[in-house]
Design a protein around this ligand. Sequence first.
Ligand code: NDP
Length: 534
Amino acid sequence: MPRMSTDTRPGSARGREAGNERSPESGPESRPARSLARSAERAPTSWGLGDGQAIPWDYAPAPESRDVVTLKERYGLFIGGREVEASDGGTFVSVNPATEEPLAVVARATGADIDRAVAAARRAQRRSWGTLPGRERAKYLFRIARLLQERSREFAVLESMDGGKPIKESRDVDVPLAAAHFWYYAGWADKLEYAFPGRVAKPLGVAAQIIPWNFPLLMLAWKIAPALAAGNTVVLKPASTTPLSALLFADVCRQADLPPGVVNIVPGPGEIGMHLVTHPGVDKVAFTGSTEVGKKIARGVAGSDKGLTLELGGKAANIVFDDAPLDQAVEGIVNGIYFNQGEVCCAGSRLLVQESIQGPLVEKLKDRLATIRVGDPLDKNTDVGAINSKQQLEKITELVAAGTAEGAEIYQPACDLPDRGYFFRPTLFTGVAQSHRIAREEIFGPVLSVLTFRTPEEAIEKANNTPYGLSAGVWTDKGSRILSMVRRLKAGVVWANTFNRFDPTSPFGGYKESGFGREGGMHGLHAYVRLEDR
Ligand code: NDP
């Protein structure tokens, strides 16, 4: 996963922008002003700007072209290989969160549409997909992977427009990783006997898949690729704020000549998601989203013999010991929490710092935050784009207000936010207690809470003191300490001296209220097969 770019030059112009909120500890002279003064002291006269003048360090706008995407005014549902209207003609509008402008009108599936989609998936599973040899399924998956790569720019721009994420992330992370998942699972499609030696792997049948808005295309790939590789067919419901990349993927399915009904895409509200997962024609349910909805889904499928995978929320601890390489750790912390505006289930939202290095680490972090560029998601220089929706922005704002009210100290770097759209400044809280809401609840925004510890035992105690258990990070120079921490951390994924790295070969999933089951790797394949004796 690429890191956010670093503007380490002195006197960053961003730090000089007006209207800054000052942190309580920034004192009468703000940090940017101090940094400008420092840079002025260092400015050589050979710059030719006169005494005490620093070189201006503004980035010129570098917008990615919108023209690579042809937005349709209206998108239908994708059922049985065809684009169709909702049975009641209902629609909803998908909005660009960076501009608040409507992007497209999208058909809103009804219960009858879900019935149609499940029936189409069932037919395809029985008649075409389920009977194809693995090597033939593999060809389709390879074809889809190649098409995603060929159309990567189009997907990246659409993903950024519909979801608000910076183009450099959709371009360098979401789309390549989505293609990588299809490449990877294409490789398994004709090798199931090696994935599960001594057993016969049979598909489960029809998979109902519900995905969230933070990584729409990537979550689609995490779910569809292993399901298809194992011989299942799917009905997928994208989130209502980000349906467009899934609908563009429908176009890829057509281009790849995928048999009709193998993939069905049904945008619609949450209730439709519940109708889908409780549908008697569904054999397997895979959900990524909030713990609250995950629990409802678990109740909805309880008592049936449906397979269930839940990938839910998180409140990851990113633990930094006093022997860690601090500059490297700062980059990992920034990537851990400000990547994708912090709208990441495995975000390192709780920073646990060994007490002796809290001062220098927080100082470095604040300096680094001043270089983060917030703004137009389609600008290639943007580090932090738009929050996905008005509701999500309100949730973040409410939790940040609770952090201040409960006594934590807030720091936000100086930066202008665009006049329109849903934007939030990168935020850092120090003086956070474990009881504070910002230390307990999933904020799902660019907000970092800093807590301290003295001993490894205290770090473990605090890291595990959460109902979640999705991910964690450990920063230290000592390999033995990493191994000892990893064993005791109750988290599905633990990164050591890095954060937010993903690979299709590696399983991902949680403990406790972060859900169960694994996606990615052979574990992800396992969730879509029934193993029988030879
Ligand atoms: P949700 O869990 O509501 O949304 C995730 C998906 O589930 C969407 O496709 C949504 O559809 C669908 N859904 C909603 N209600 C139901 C239901 N009753 N039955 C079946 N499917 C349903 O997340 P929110 O968008 O409401 O976000 C709320 C919070 O959840 C965030 O602030 C964040 O903390 C957390 N979250 C965690 C994610 C993760 O990756 N772990 C991802 C997204 C959110 P629709 O969009 O139409 O409502």
